[in-house]
Design a binder for this molecule. Structure first.
Ligand code: NAD
Length: 506
């Protein structure tokens, strides 16, 4: 497929969104916002309108929370095998529309198709994985004491809110919603206002798969209105949130009055630590992949590369060369690696770090500028960038930039490297490259991050836990960990031996 082919296909898929607004979906019905308000979603490729979207607020969230509450008992009590069948049908629907989802996600977010085509299928995998766990989600254990048999089991917590970001919106929506439904929870989903298109497709797929009305509701809107109302609604028992750490802090405050259970997947400033004894070619490929794929708009991106001094200059030269030769371009061009960033405001934030870098005295070894002119004129294109000569005290080494920007820092020994790796507010992911197995064990044990990959880029295995420490999050997803969040664990203690109960009074 060429760019022209992809544009033609995307245009056909976009047509329905041009003609009618994206509506909310509440209690099995498509509906505009009660206020009638709408907002526009634009493409960062050229700022053209992608869709007009219902702008839900507290009133719509209230409708959706009520619908989710009404639907909860029947969904909770449905046989797990029946829930499994419905979730597999949703996965089938995703596979059937994977091309449409991929193309429209690229138009809506600016992410390159070479990465997004897999994201749609990964969404289907998420549904299949949790579908197969649905019949066993309630399982617990029995704990024997001398006079007692304890039976523990789990119950779905109730209606939950899911709030997702714009960077890989389709995959992340499936990642949060599939386990909630498998557990027996009902859902109100508030997608990111900057990329709402594929959440609507996912909702359609779910409705067509036979999901009962009210089990999954979609309310579009902006964070301060619909998002906030969802976190404050008393009928919503828990909030699964993916987004910025600052927003997570707000949500915790907003949810305090209703004692909301929260699960946060937040920001990161993830180190890739490269020792001289590593397979340096693979390490360089992995470091490049983890910061310049998905536009660097990726929570697990390797935004800092810590390199042992003896190989530092050669290693960063290789990275700079890679950065200079990556294709920046239209996201639907099959050769494109880096597409436009999500929005002019986000682009401005990323570009502002080039001024920060200059002020901090960092060397801009590659990129460091907006890509302008010609096909790039109207879009949010930023060149793949490498900063060298940085130190860990600098803002470019400490703050999440969330763009195609990598900061390199040299180190002399293992202790120093570990100190640098951990010296940030975040603790989402870490990457370690060494062929010394003892060092790999020791160093990974010392890294303060929720997920560490040794001699690998980020390769997910769905049964493993996903999540971060420090300001990168609260809680874990994946495997059974997702059910720890979406379910209440309860214990019933049976007396097995008739023993005297302490008598009070007579
Ligand atoms: P964001 O926090 O601005 O927005 C995320 C969502 O929260 C959006 O739907 C938004 O409308 C909503 N929101 C905003 N204010 C709110 C409020 N007061 N109450 C309730 N909801 C509100 O994040 P973003 O810019 O969309 O996404 C980028 C961020 O997400 C980055 O920091 C990135 O690291 C993080 N992220 C983390 C992970 C992870 O797994 N740890 C994955 C992807 C993205």
């Amino acid at each position: 497929m060429t760019l022209a082919d992809n544009l033609e296909r995307a245009d056909a898929f976009l047509a329905p969104f041009r003609d009618r607004p994206i509506l909310n979906h509440i209690g099995g019905q498509d509906c505009p916002a009660r206020s009638g308000a709408t907002f526009e979603s634009v493409s960062p490729i050229d700022m053209a309108r992608v869709a007009t979207v219902a702008r839900g607020d507290a009133a719509d969230i209230d409708d959706a929370a009520r619908a989710a509450s009404d639907a909860f008992p029947a969904w909770r009590d449905m046989d797990g095998a029946a829930r499994r069948a419905i979730l597999h049908r949703i996965a089938d629907g995703i596979v059937a529309r994977a091309e449409e989802i991929a193309l429209l996600e690229c138009i809506d977010t600016g992410q390159a198709l070479r990465f997004m085509s897999k994201a749609a299928l990964r969404g289907a995998d998420n549904f299949r994985f949790f579908a197969d766990k649905a019949p066993y989600a309630r399982d617990g254990q029995s704990l024997h004491a001398a006079n007692q048999l304890n039976v523990t089991s789990r119950r779905p917590i109730g209606p939950v809110g899911v709030i997702t970001p714009w960077n890989t919106p389709f995959m992340l929506s499936t990642w949060k919603i599939a386990p909630a439904l498998a557990a027996g929870c009902t859902v109100v989903h508030k997608p990111a206002e900057l990329s709402p298109v594929t959440a609507r497709i996912l909702m359609d797929i779910a409705a067509e798969a036979g999901l009962p009305p009210g089990v999954w509701n979609l309310v579009n809107g902006v964070g301060e209105e619909a998002g906030r109302a969802l976190t404050e609604h008393p009928a919503i028992k828990a909030i699964a949130f993916v987004g910025e750490s600052a927003t997570g802090k707000l949500i915790m405050r907003q949810g305090a009055d209703t004692l909301k259970r929260v699960h946060f997947e937040l920001g990161g400033k993830n180190p890739v630590v490269v020792f001289a004894d590593a397979d340096l070619e693979r390490a360089a490929d992995a470091a490049a992949f983890m910061i310049w794929s998905l536009n660097g708009e990726r929570c697990t991106s390797s935004s800092r590369v810590l390199v042992e001094s003896s190989i530092h200059d050669d290693f960063v030269a290789v990275l700079a060369d890679k950065a200079r030769h990556l294709k920046v371009g239209h996201p639907l061009d099959p050769d494109t690696v880096v597409g436009p960033l999500i929005h002019p405001d986000h682009e401005a934030k990323v570009l502002s770090y080039f001024d920060v870098a200059r002020a901090e005295g960092v060397t801009i070894a590659a990129g460091g500028e907006k890509v302008m002119g010609g096909e790039f004129a109207a879009g949010c294109y930023v060149a793949p960038t490498l900063f060298t000569g940085a130190s860990q005290t600098m803002r470019v080494a400490r703050e999440e930039i969330f763009g195609p920007v990598l900061t390199a820092i040299p180190f002399d020994n293992e202790d120093e490297a570990l100190g640098l790796a951990n010296d940030v507010a975040y603790g989402l992911a870490g990457y370690l490259w060494t062929n010394d197995v003892t060092r790999a064990l020791r160093f990974s044990d010392g890294m303060d991050a929720g997920m560490i990959w040794v001699n690998s880029e980020n390769v997910r295995h769905l049964p493993t836990p996903f999540g971060g420490t420090k300001e990168s999050g609260i809680g874990r997803d994946g495997g059974d960990w997702s059910f720890d969040f979406y379910m209440e664990t309860r214990n019933v203690a049976f007396a097995t031996v008739p023993r005297n109960v302490p008598k009070l009074g007579l």
